[in-house]
Design a protein. Structure first.
Lengths: 331, 223
């Protein structure tokens, strides 16, 4: 009899629930987005996020089971994000999962959100050729990891301050382009010239990232202007700097570790500039570029469910209690 | 266990540590606040598991769940409500929301035989204020604490006080006759006698409980 994992993800501003098989087949994936609630604040407003999760989680759970055409009796386990994330948001997902587990008598596993991202590229089909270098670029995270296999993961470097997605959002706000910042800043950049020499913080320092200096440089540049900025040129200059940082680190990692593929996931993986430049880099380095569908790259519950199968296989059963500090090598 | 025995799980979630009570009819089978070793536990799921273990009951024995939907500590209530909602959903049983005003007001009014003012702290000197009288919550308001209590009281000059600002209110209304209930937080055990009268408030999925906070409709109406 086929068995399924119910995945629940509520670490930030979206409530997501999915049903996934051990092979990564996604039977259902429901995402209740709060983008509309948060757009007026130019970012995620934690107090509202927690409240919205309470209202959307049960309908999302019900719909995920219905869409998958299964009942709780078909569940092997429930996997729920235990961190990192916003505590108020995490708690809603964790306690909801605990309630289901208690009522249905199904084990509940607290999953490391970052492990979900790392496994996202293998949803629906086995895409990643291991060993692989994986770049996660989103509003919440920016890091590079080495994956010897699906479960043998080593962190190579992460951001010391802002994520690249945060930098996009903040620059977008400075330029009056709206939230979320990624698509609008990329679009503006396409129409501009990278005429401003913004800094590339930590460019030559190992595999770690830093984006707050770049963001501040954009702010200083705008404040020093006597006239209205050429928005497209500022965007183009910012994107060029951000891409150079990301791609330089990828090249370094690929040079240092002989791998079969480079995997790029996270919301910023939607950036046409990043997709294009990563493609050029991979051709040059002779590795395969793996760009999974964006719906699995941004926060979703299917990736949490797929990661849950790893926990089950290895016998790791962390309790569904919040843990705000987690590294990608942590189970 | 008799066939008519209604096993209920009641959760007081407005402040930590949570109070989790398992009852059969009017009989209390388990009260987490009576177990000192459980006072450090901060999650309702763990307390509920203790309740089942200690009494030899199972979650599937439950016939209904009662939960305090607030107002009170926002994240504690949210986590408690989310747990209660999903447990009720998973078992296909009804859930009943009780609010902090009736939870403190009902026992106080029964004891002092007069209206009860219940206040809950909020941010910036504001408070949630409820007036409980004649077996029901009569007023729910939100605003600057003393001013809002005055508004909620109307003509009443003899009343009992429960909640966060008891001493402050006794000092602020020297011309009134005020009984200090000593009740600071609600008790899950006080939910048990309320349940038989709350049948009409049973919710079943797709309905579920939503926490009471400043943004809720309840307080928009009071503003
Ligand atoms: Zn994420």
């Amino acid at each position: 009899m086929a068995k399924y994992v119910l995945g629940i993800e509520s670490s930030c501003d979206d409530t997501a629930v999915a049903v996934v098989t051990a092979q990564g087949e996604v039977l259902s994936s429901v995402i209740a987005s709060q983008a509309e609630i948060h757009s007026q604040y130019g970012g995620v407003f934690p107090e509202l996020a927690g409240r919205a999760h309470v209202q959307s989680i049960l309908p999302a759970i019900d719909k995920a089971l219905l869409d998958a055409g299964i009942t709780h009796e078909d569940l092997e386990a429930i996997g729920v994000t235990r961190g990192p994330g916003l505590i108020g948001s995490l708690l809603v997902g964790l306690t909801s999962a605990s309630g289901l587990g208690l009522g249905w008598d199904v084990p509940v596993i607290g999953v490391n959100h970052l492990r979900g991202h790392l496994r996202s590229a293998d949803l629906e089909e086995q895409r990643v050729k291991y060993p692989a270098i994986i770049l996660l670029v989103s509003g919440g995270h920016t890091f590079l990891a080495h994956m010897e296999s699906a479960t043998d993961i080593k962190l190579l470097g992460s951001t010391r301050d802002d994520s690249v997605g945060e930098a996009y959002d903040k620059v977008s706000r400075m330029l009056g382009l709206g939230y979320p910042g990624g698509p609008v800043v990329d679009r503006a950049a396409k129409q501009g010239q990278a005429t401003i020499p913004f800094p590339r913080p930590m460019l030559h320092k190992g595999l770690e990232f830093s984006f707050s200096g770049l963001k501040s440089a954009v702010s200083r540049h705008l404040n020093a202007l006597d006239e209205a900025p050429v928005v497209n040129d500022v965007a183009a200059s910012f994107v060029e700097a951000a891409m150079e940082i990301l791609l330089t680190k990828c090249r370094k990692a690929l040079k240092k570790y002989p791998v079969k593929s480079l995997v790029v996931v996270g919301g910023v993986a939607a950036s046409p500039q990043l997709r294009e430049q990563a493609g050029e880099l991979c051709t040059k380095m002779g590795v395969e570029l793996c760009l999974p569908p964006l719906r699995w790259s941004t926060d979703n519950a299917a990736m949490i469910a797929l990661a849950t199968w790893d926990y089950l296989r290895l016998g790791h059963h962390p309790a569904p209690v919040p843990q705000l500090q987690l590294s990608i090598s942590d189970f | 266990m008799s066939a008519t025995e209604k096993i209920s799980l009641s959760i007081e979630s407005s402040a930590l540590p949570y109070g989790v009570v398992l009852s059969a009819g009017s009989e209390i089978l388990f009260d987490s606040t009576q177990h000192t070793e459980l006072q450090t536990l901060k999650d309702a799921p763990a307390l509920a598991k203790h309740a089942f273990k200690a009494t030899g009951r199972k979650a599937s024995d439950l016939k209904r769940i009662a939960i305090n939907q607030g107002p009170g500590g926002t994240s504690a209530i949210r986590a408690g409500v989310a747990f209660a909602n999903s447990l009720a959903y998973s078992l296909g049983i009804p859930i009943i929301a009780v609010n902090t005003f009736e939870l403190l007001g009902a026992p106080a009014t029964a004891r002092y035989n007069c209206p009860t003012v219940v206040t809950v702290k909020s941010i910036k000197g504001n408070a949630y204020v409820g007036l409980y009288a004649d077996g029901a919550v009569q007023q729910t308001l939100y605003g600057p604490m003393e001013e809002t209590v005055r508004k909620a009281l109307g003509e009443h000059t003899t009343w009992a006080v429960a909640g966060a600002h008891r001493e402050q209110l006794i000092t602020a209304f020297p011309e009134h006759t005020i009984y200090d209930t000593g009740y600071k937080f609600g008790l899950a055990t006080d939910m048990v006698p309320m349940l038989p009268n709350l049948g009409s408030r049973e919710l079943r999925f797709p309905q579920f409980v939503v926490p009471i906070t400043e943004q809720s409709l309840m307080f928009k109406q009071g503003e």
